[in-house]
Write a protein that binds this ligand. Structure first.
Ligand code: COI
Length: 356
């Protein structure tokens, strides 16, 4: 890498003792942390301006036990991916969208946020420093995880006096253990992910800790994940723990509208545009749970899950199955169109990819 760690001055590669590139089975990556070489770290104190930031060897960070993020959950994260093209170059997918979403979330969580420019530059720098970890074409991607956290000490409930913006990366494959095979969801009746006026619409860390209970109960029963309903009417679809949801009926594709309780997914937004460009009618609206009964296909979208077909959904003990022959045609078409653009296999007419 062209930038040496400012802490170890290039004398150590933190990762070399624990994990090496040769240890990776590129055909069986899954979605678990593979420690890489470098992470980016910038700090922001009371003046609201972030330091220029630099690359450090990937490793543990020090945190005051009284920090805002550890005590009161004042934190946000993002997720985006880099793909290796056939010619060896690397493509980022819509990093400016993640920067904007982090800025939106930071406003809600009373945190200062890096500018879009700093976010995108820091992302490029981190990926380039770790470029040997970007999987070969077709074998997965480099998942990029930006974090923004209240790292300064607080005891009374208040915004932290100092913030850390950090980016680390890890090569990843498929998110669900099913791989690209359809997943089985259960509609959650007891727990809710978000409420109107809450933080469901931003990518704050607490939204993810709070779904673990329902998710682990569902997994214990053999389901892949949980599909949440709105907390007021207990009737309209919201999202899955880690992704957005779409319902297909003939040539119409419907997805719950963004109204503060649903994460505004960047893959969600991209799939809506891709679907339009392929001639589908797309509706962002209230989608009632009954619509699952006569849907032709259901699929989920997210950076981590990409486009994941749903094989069955269980609601109040009744199981509805989709696509008896495997992945539905519409899910497959959307998956192929989006991923070939992301991997640089088709022309990017949308202007979404950024080449490094
Ligand atoms: C992503 O898709 O990038 C996410 O942030 C979801 C996460 C639970 C893996």
């Amino acid at each position: 890498p062209q930038v040496a760690c400012t802490i170890c001055r290039g004398t150590a590669v933190s990762n070399s003792e624990t994990f090496e590139l040769d240890d990776i089975d590129w055909d069986d990556l899954g979605f678990g942390l593979v420690p890489t070489d470098y992470m980016y770290v910038a700090k922001c104190s009371k003046d609201g301006n972030f330091s220029k930031g630099d690359l450090q060897c990937f490793g543990n960070i020090e945190m005051n036990p009284s920090s805002g993020v550890l005590n009161y959950g004042q934190g946000l994260f993002e997720g985006l991916k880099a793909y290796r093209k056939l010619d060896g170059s690397i493509l980022l997918f819509r990093p400016d969208e993640n920067a904007l979403r982090m800025r939106m979330g930071a406003e809600r969580m009373c945190m200062p946020a890096p500018t879009t420019e700093q976010f995108v530059e820091a992302t490029k720098m981190t990926v380039l420093a770790n470029k040997r970890w970007v999987p070969p074409p077709g074998k997965g991607s480099l998942y990029i995880r930006p974090l923004l956290m209240g790292s300064g000490a607080v005891l009374g409930l208040a915004p932290a006096p100092e913030y850390t913006f950090l980016i680390y990366v890890s090569p990843v494959g498929n998110y669900f253990k099913e791989g690209l095979a359809p997943i089985n969801l259960v509609v959650e009746n007891e727990f809710h992910r978000a409420t109107p006026g809450g933080t469901g619409g931003v990518k704050t860390i607490g939204n993810y800790a709070s779904v673990l209970k329902a998710q682990s109960l569902a997994k214990a029963k053999g389901f892949s994940d949980v599909l949440y309903l709105d907390s007021v009417h207990k009737k309209y679809l919201e999202e899955v723990s880690s992704c957005n949801v779409f319902v297909v009926k003939r040539t119409t594709i419907s997805t719950p509208a963004i109204k503060g309780t649903i994460l505004p997914g960047i893959t969600r937004k991209s799939i809506i545009d891709v679907a339009h460009s392929l001639g589908f009618q797309v509706e962002e609206r209230l989608v009632s749970v009954e619509e699952l009964l006569d849907a032709d296909e259901v699929f989920c979208t997210g950076t981590a899950v990409v486009v994941s077909p749903v094989g069955s959904i269980t609601y109040l003990g009744e199981r509805v199955s989709y696509g008896k022959t495997g992945v539905g045609a519409v899910s497959q078409q959307l998956y192929s169109s989006l991923t070939s653009l992301q991997m640089g296999l088709s022309e990017d007419k949308m202007g979404w990819t950024v080449e490094l």
